[in-house]
Design a protein around this ligand. Structure first.
Ligand SMILES: [Zn+2]
Length: 336
């Protein structure tokens, strides 16, 4: 069997004809396998959904209990037969519950890694390499210029700023699934034990992380109704970046806007977003992680999905591994 007979790009996403399922489809389908809860990968309206328990729970939190027809939870490593095709889910280290999906038939294994990272993150199950013939990788930060620094060092910049500007409310922008919980946990791991104020839109996902055993410490609602700006003097307020462009943010005391994202490596992005304190904290692989992962797995072939496909394809070819871009559309990672 040729690899693209087992799995190939179709308008709705990666499709497996033998098992009649899609991986992370971008439009409603009869059967979907979902790698993780970010909105570009996990959409509402499918018939049957197979995903990790955490991803199913996150989809329910975001879309409501009727987000799909039927659902099935896959444990990490469990082998599930779908019309003669074996599928299994393996940790991807990206956000809580995120998985790579291995698809096997007739001795051929393809691993669709979804979004993944290799760096330490205590809010997720760490990435596990899965031996395969074809490795499908994203390339969000697929250029040699992308090197993500040590996250604790980045968080140290925020702590330094809090000491330097003890009057100012530090508004820390972070996407609501994954990054927000990771930065709160990082603050705790850096010894910050004061209350962290959170925007209302983060509450349910933060509570869910806590219910799954991720300790986030003292979190309080950052409600400005009935409170004075002085109440948030010197406090850390975490919210989605969109909230900080809003009137909501101007109520805080001399707000200082920080933003935790892999994109903060690009100075222009920070400037355009009015970010005073950019923190380079990413839930994706940087260039060394992408290339080291491919070297470690040594697959027969690499397929590159969304991001900067061309540079990674070229790198694979120079390393003697056939590679091609899949040109999948509809994945604009929400989470970084
Ligand atoms: Zn993602």
């Amino acid at each position: 069997m040729k690899p693209d007979q087992l799995l190939h790009p179709a308008p709705a996403g990666l499709y497996c004809p033998a098992g009649d399922f899609y991986i992370d489809p971008v439009r409603p389908v009869a059967r979907a396998l979902i790698t993780h809860g970010h909105s570009d990968h996990a959409r509402a309206g499918h018939g049957a959904v197979l995903a990790t328990r955490e991803t199913l729970d996150i989809m329910e939190i975001r879309y409501g209990a009727d987000f799909c027809g039927t659902r099935q939870a896959a444990a990490f490593g469990e082998r599930i037969d779908l019309s003669g095709v074996t599928v299994s889910f393996h940790p991807a280290g990206h956000v809580l519950g995120s998985a790579q999906i291995a698809v096997e038939k007739a001795g051929l294994t393809i691993v669709a890694s979804g979004d993944y990272k290799r760096g330490a993150d205590p809010t997720v199950t760490p990435y596990e390499p899965v031996p395969c013939d074809v490795f499908i990788t994203e390339a969000t930060f697929g250029l040699p210029v992308f090197h993500h620094p040590e996250p604790k060092g980045e968080m140290g910049k925020l702590l330094t700023s809090l000491r330097q500007f003890p009057e100012r409310s530090h508004l820390l922008g972070a996407y609501s699934l994954g990054k927000a919980q990771r930065v709160i946990r990082l603050l705790r791991d850096c010894g910050y034990d004061a209350p962290v104020y959170i925007h209302g839109s983060l509450a349910r996902l933060c509570d869910y992380y806590v219910s799954r055993g991720v300790a986030l410490g003292d979190m309080r609602p950052a409600t400005t109704e009935g409170s004075r700006p002085a109440d948030f003097r010197g406090a850390v307020v975490v919210g989605p970046p969109s909230a900080f462009a809003d009137r909501w943010a101007r109520r805080f005391n001399e707000p200082l806007v920080a933003f935790a994202s892999g994109w903060m490596m690009v100075r222009q992005r920070a400037k355009q977003g009015g970010v005073e304190l950019p923190l380079v904290i990413s839930d994706h692989c940087d260039w060394p992680e992408l290339t080291e992962t491919i070297r470690e797995l040594a697959p027969r072939e690499v397929w590159v999905t969304h991001g900067r496909e061309e540079a990674l394809v070229r790198w694979c070819e120079l390393a003697g591994i056939p590679a091609r871009p899949l040109h999948l559309v509809g994945y604009e990672d929400e989470g970084d």
